[in-house]
Write a protein that binds this ligand. Structure first.
Ligand code: HAM
Length: 418
C-alpha cells in the first residue's frame, strides 16, 4: 500500500485548514456585502457539463479532467472549476424567475496538471458568479468585489489587475478571421499544438507559451482592433467604473484566459511572489454559457481564486484563533462529575475547554494543559469541592486563586481572573 497522498494532492493539516477557513469566511463576508448567497454544487457532474462548455480544445478539457465511467455506465467528471456546475444548477432548478442572482462558493476542484508550488491536482477555489447581470456596471461590481476580498485578506500590496475585452461574438469572429489569415501564412512555423488550435480555436494560440509562437504573435492582429462599437463602449464603461472606484488595473491585450466561455470583460489578479503560478484570482463575463447548455438566455460574470495560492500570501497570524482556552482538571476521580458539569457550562459560554480526567497525576495533567497552550487550568480536588470552589491557575503567569464555583457557573472567565 502506498502511504503517500496521490501526486498533486495534499493533506490539509490544522494550521492550513484554519487558514483556509479564515480566508473563506473573510471572502464570504465581503461577498455578502455585495448581496451574494452561498451555493454548493456536486463535486462531480455528467462529463458534458464541462466538456462542451469549457471548450473541447481548452487545456482543462483536453488534458486535465478526471473523467470516469461509473458503475451505471455514465461518464462523470470531477469538477475542474465551479462556473459550469453553477450554470447547470441554475438551469436544473429553474431559477430564472429569481434573477438577478449572486452566488458565492467554496470547495475542492480537480485538474490533472503538473504539480508545482501553488499548483495542485486537487485544489480549492472560492468564487463568485453573478447571473442575470448584463451591464458593464456589473463587471465593475464583480472586479470591485474581487479587489475587496484580496484587500480584506491584507494582500493589497501584493497583486496587480490585468484587464482585457474579448468583445462580443461579432468582434470575435472578425478577429478570428484576421488571425487565421495572418497565422496561416506561418502555419508550418507554429508549434504542433498551435497548428491544431489554428483549425479548432485560433484565439487560444495567443495563450501559447512556445517561444516560436510568441515571436510570430508579436505582429498578429489584436482583438482590440476588431471590437465592434458596442463592445468598445461596453469596455469603456467598465474602465470608467474602475477608475471611479480608484481600482488600479493594467490593460493587457494578450489576456485571453484558458476557458472558452468568455466574452467581453476578462481579468486576472496576478502576483510576482509565487513564481510561475502568478494568477491568484481570475474570471470574466460568460453571456452565452447558460444558453449554450440549453437554458434561457442569461448573461453572467464571475471569478474564482485559488486558496492554496492565497494561503501562501496571507499573514498566518491573521487566522490564529482568538479567545481563551481553559483546561478543567480533576485532582481526584471523586470530583469528575463536577468537572464534567463545569466544562459543559464553560463551553456554553463559548470557551474552548479541554477536560483532563482519569488517574493521571495532577502534575502530568498540568503538563498536558500547558502543551495545548491553555490559558487557565481549573483544578478541582475534594478540598476545593468541599468549599464549593475551584482552584483557578493562570498558566501564563503561574498565579492561582480559589474561585467560588457559583462565580464560574455564572460568569465563566469573563470576570477579571488571576
Ligand atoms: P481559472 O483561471 O481556471 O478560472 O482558475 C481560477 C483560479 O483558480 C486561478 O487564478 C488560480 O488561483 C486557481 N487555480 C487554478 N488551477 C489551479 C491549480 N491547479 N492549483 C491551484 N490553484 C489553481 C476558473 O476556474 C473560472 N471558473 C473562473 C470564473 C468564474 N470565471 C467566471 N466565473
Amino acid at each position: 500500500m502506498k502511504l503517500q497522498p496521490a501526486r498533486g494532492t495534499q493533506d490539509i493539516l490544522p494550521e492550513t485548514s484554519q487558514l483556509f477557513r479564515w480566508i473563506d469566511r473573510a471572502a464570504f463576508d465581503q461577498a455578502r456585502l455585495y448581496g451574494c448567497q452561498e451555493i454548493d454544487t456536486p463535486i462531480f457532474e455528467f462529463s458534458e457539463v464541462f466538456h462542451r462548455t469549457l471548450g473541447e480544445t481548452s487545456d482543462v478539457v483536453s488534458k486535465e479532467t478526471y473523467t470516469f465511467t461509473d458503475r451505471g455506465g455514465d461518464s462523470l467528471t470531477l469538477r475542474p472549476e465551479g462556473t459550469a456546475g453553477i450554470a447547470r444548477a441554475f438551469i436544473s432548478n429553474g431559477l430564472q424567475q429569481l434573477l438577478p442572482l449572486k452566488y458565492y462558493y467554496y470547495g475542492p476542484m480537480f485538474r490533472y496538471e503538473r504539480p508545482q508550488k501553488g499548483r495542485f491536482r486537487q485544489f480549492h477555489q472560492l468564487g463568485v458568479e453573478m447571473l442575470g447581470c448584463d451591464l458593464p456596471q456589473h463587471d465593475v461590481e464583480c472586479i470591485a468585489l474581487g479587489y475587496d476580498i484580496l484587500k480584506s485578506l491584507g494582500l493589497q500590496e501584493k497583486f496587480k489587475i490585468l484587464l482585457n475585452s474579448l468583445g462580443d461574438r461579432e468582434s470575435r469572429s472578425s478577429h478570428r478571421e484576421k488571425l487565421v489569415e495572418y497565422l496561416s501564412k506561418f502555419k508550418n512555423d507554429l508549434s504542433a499544438e498551435s497548428q491544431i488550435r489554428l483549425e479548432k480555436n485560433p484565439l487560444r494560440i495567443l495563450d501559447s507559451k512556445d517561444p516560436k509562437d510568441q515571436c510570430l504573435l508579436v505582429e498578429a492582429p489584436l482583438l482590440q482592433d476588431c471590437l465592434t462599437d458596442n463592445a468598445k463602449a461596453f469596455f469603456e464603461t467598465v474602465q470608467t467604473g474602475l477608475q471611479a472606484l480608484q481600482i488600479p488595473y493594467e490593460f493587457d491585450p494578450k489576456l485571453v484566459r484558458g476557458l472558452d466561455y468568455y466574452v467581453h470583460t476578462v481579468f486576472e489578479f496576478t502576483t510576482d511572489l509565487l513564481g510561475a503560478q502568478s494568477a491568484i484570482l481570475a474570471g470574466g463575463r460568460y453571456d452565452g454559457l447558460i444558453e449554450m447548455m440549453g437554458g434561457p438566455k442569461t448573461p453572467g460574470i464571475g471569478f474564482a481564486s485559488g486558496l492554496e495560492r492565497l494561503a501562501l500570501l496571507v499573514d498566518p497570524q491573521n487566522s490564529k484563533q482568538q479567545g481563551l482556552t481553559a483546561a478543567v482538571l480533576s485532582a481526584e476521580t471523586s470530583t469528575e462529575a463536577e468537572c464534567y458539569r463545569l466544562a459543559q457550562a464553560l463551553r456554553t459560554k463559548g470557551l474552548s475547554v479541554e477536560l483532563l480526567l482519569g488517574d493521571l497525576k495532577l502534575g502530568n495533567k498540568l503538563k498536558r494543559a500547558n502543551k495545548i497552550n491553555a490559558d487557565y487550568a481549573l483544578i478541582l480536588g475534594s478540598a476545593e469541592l468541599g468549599q464549593n470552589a475551584v482552584m483557578l491557575k493562570n498558566l501564563k503567569t503561574g498565579e492561582q486563586k480559589l474561585v467560588p464555583l457559583s462565580t464560574m457557573y455564572s460568569d465563566g472567565l469573563s470576570f477579571p481572573p488571576a
